[in-house]
Ligand binder design. Structure first.
Ligand SMILES: Cc1ncc(COP(=O)(O)O)c(C=O)c1O
Length: 451
């Protein structure tokens, strides 16, 4: 029956992370894996949704008021001029906005530059649209953008224009899994690349209101010449703790926004009507709401950092935004050795391809095992970090585009701290019971606590 499936559908297999979710459910584990809150949304927003249903906003619907509020907020927050009548497409969450944006701008064979590590959903959408993801690794531990590496990914593909491949756009995200917020300098590098190569940029700004330590989110559209070539995608999911409502949007120049709207109508017709109505209340929230959101998450971040570093994890980069910690296992952890013996370096042959890919898969499997132990013994579930790293697929310039499983990719685990204090304290309790006398999380394979 697989033969009946499309080529792209056959490449989408259930990830080991789904298996972990099932195990976590069976063990009733504390969920620090998934990026959604386990505490209630604001009462006013919930009442607005209930009242919308009771007022019979239960049919297909486009709520233009959302566009008016988004345009007003873009003006107030960033000084951006957005025309609510032409520049916005309301979609089912950032996820659909992003997918529709890919369908709107990607032709089969177009290449799309992404930064690595990144949120897993982008690649699937790019591939569904026939595009080819090209990853540019950010440099750990601070996940900095290496301008030369970034620009050379363009140069490589420019050559490939002869092979009918084009760098079409740069997908550009905030925060998940690392908590990084791009600096102004990095934004300038990206903007210059887009301008000089005549590329579009697609941004994911779902965490724009969740930043810490006085770091402010800046939208790429603000840089000279970028508003016309940037597609902003975002949603109410994270800001208002309502990931199940599926209200998101794309903001772009009128031609692209109209294409995204048309695709959205073909895919889903409209976002859920009652939640669009309730989004009017959410998007009208005053500065107090956003300030307390930031403050609450900042204190959860600090609590979680203390908890994890206290049991041996290393956090060399304190997240500046989002609600994830990308924590490294201690240097002494056996995971540091995984795959090292297999990571051969000659990328010129097919054999080398296997020697590059297989160690990465092996690392993922060992990390999955580690998280299984975490579930079974500490009653806590997190996400193996390897799943957020990617390899570039083999192209005509395979020597350049193959990327090995870098050493640093082996040791990350992602924890979500968008949870109630009670949940975080229960996780702390479960984890602390596994700490040995040397302060190391005692999970099999046992920590090699050097003496
Ligand atoms: C970076 C990022 N973008 C988008 C999403 C999904 O957003 P939405 O619920 O609006 O589809 C997530 C969810 O975890 C995310 O982390």
């Amino acid at each position: 029956m697989e033969k009946k499936l499309s080529r792209v559908a056959n490449t989408f297999t259930p990830s080991p992370i789904q298996e972990l979710s099932h195990l976590a459910q069976r063990c009733n584990a504390i969920n620090l894996a998934e990026g959604f809150p386990d505490f209630p949304a604001a009462p006013a927003i919930k009442s607005a949704a209930v009242s919308a249903i009771n007022s019979d906003f239960n049919q297909y619907r486009h709520v233009q008021g959302i566009c008016e509020l988004l345009a007003r907020n873009a003006k107030e927050m960033y000084g951006l001029e957005v025309d609510p009548d032409t520049d916005i497409a309301i979609c089912c969450g950032q996820t659909e906005a992003f997918a529709a944006a890919m369908f709107a701008i990607i032709d089969p064979g177009d290449e799309v530059v992404l930064f690595d590590p990144c949120y897993e959903t982008y690649e699937g959408c790019i591939r569904l649209a026939g595009g080819i993801p090209v990853y540019v690794a950010l440099e750990p531990p601070h996940w900095t953008l290496d301008a030369e590496k970034f620009m050379s990914s363009f140069t490589g593909r420019t050559k490939a224009v002869i092979l009918n491949r084009f760098i079409h756009c740069v997908v550009f995200f905030w925060n998940n899994p690392t908590g990084k917020v791009f600096t102004w300098n990095e934004l300038e590098i990206i903007a210059e690349a887009c301008r000089s190569r005549d590329c579009l940029a697609v941004t994911d700004e779902v965490y724009e209101h969740i930043t810490y330590d006085n770091v402010k989110h800046v939208t790429l559209s603000l840089l000279p010449g970028m508003q016309q070539r940037t597609i902003i995608t975002s949603s109410v999911s994270k800001t208002f703790g309502v990931t199940g409502w599926r209200i998101g949007w794309a903001i772009a120049n009128p031609i692209v926004a109209s294409a995204i709207r048309n695709i959205h109508v073909k895919l889903t017709d409209s976002a859920p009507a009652p939640f669009q109505e309730a989004a009017l209340t959410a998007l009208s929230s005053g500065p107090d709401y956003f300030e307390s959101l930031r403050r609450d998450y900042e204190s959860k971040r600090d609590y979680s950092i203390q908890l994890l570093t206290g049991i041996g994890f290393q956090i060399r980069f304190k997240p500046q935004g989002s609600f994830f910690l990308f924590a490294e296992l201690p240097e002494s952890s056996p995971l540091s050795d995984v795959g090292a013996s297999l990571a051969l370096t000659d990328p010129k042959t097919k054999v080398a391809f296997l020697t590059l890919i297989i160690p990465c898969l092996l690392v993922l499997m060992v990390q999955v095992e580690y998280v299984k132990h975490l579930i079974e013994q500490a009653g806590v579930v997190a996400v193996p970090g390897r799943g957020f790293f990617h390899f570039n697929s083999v192209s005509s310039e395979s020597e350049e585009s193959l990327s090995a499983c870098h050493d640093y990719q082996k040791r990350y685990i992602r924890f979500a701290f968008c949870k109630s204090s009670a949940t975080l304290e229960a996780a702390a309790q479960g984890l602390s019971e596994l700490v040995d006398t040397k302060g190391c999380l005692n999970l099999p394979p046992p920590c090699k606590t050097d003496t």
